[in-house]
Design a protein around this ligand. Sequence first.
Ligand SMILES: [Zn+2]
Length: 313
Amino acid sequence: MKYKKSIIIKVGKKLGKTLVIFAGVHGNEKVGIKALKVLLTKIKIEYGKVYFVFANPKAIRLGIRNTEKDLNRSFVANNTGKTYEEKRAKILMGILNKSDALLDLHAFEYREGSPFIICEKDSYELARKMDFKFITSGWDNFDVGSTDGYMHTLRKQAICLELGSTSKTSEYLPLAISSIMQFLKYHGAVSGKIKNYNKKQIFLKLVKRIYKKADDFSFSKKFKTGDKLGPRKIFAKDGEKTYRAKKNDYIIFPDDSAGIGEEVGLVAREMWAGIGHASAPPGAALDPASALSIPDVSATRRLLPGHRQKKTA
Ligand SMILES: [Zn+2]
């Protein structure tokens, strides 16, 4: 790593927000790591303070997802600090506690498909301007201990970017860099106007995580993240069970090579589609603070014993 220090703080001359950008929470998702390295050579923060963080330095150095535990499941209050990642999460939670907003850069492993944003309603205003076709929400109901989920427990804004397949780092590097700049401009750390995204956006809410039950699980075709499933078509068979899509259902992270009990994909349902910045999607209030929708984490985590989530994003 060119940057020996994993946490780089840049402070503007004028007062402003405290922001934090994470890359390499998963060490093998290189697009965000490269984007930070490129930007750190030239970025000048004018207002407030920005933490640029190479989140999991050991995993980044080794080019692996994580060393002992998934860092993106370690941002929990009862973190015992036993593993390297839990220790690291404790340090990074200290930064999140001090920050007003988070941008976290990811990519997806061994899978193809459309890049997408993960955020809740309080971040729709910025997401509507970003150059992404898909905006997904509802992840806190499924994944506990994520960076964005932790920010939501603090009632703060967080956006995670899934910047396409890990096999396409250079293809999505410009999107990673332009998205960081949009985040910094939106929160006023650097001056300049954000360019709007003038193409159709589709706002999705996660509704189901599918686990493989039988050896013969198969999708009806070779799906990619962002493919439409419905309406009413059988899109997967699993032993005796058939999966049928509702109108405007989409698939995220399809992978029928998963083992029994593991995740083979997530179903997300369209809530709204259109030119995002031109007309607010339902529930996207203009005042982000009033639009906070904090999911009830205690009532969630529908991960049954013996069911394992694929670790691929
Ligand atoms: Zn990731």
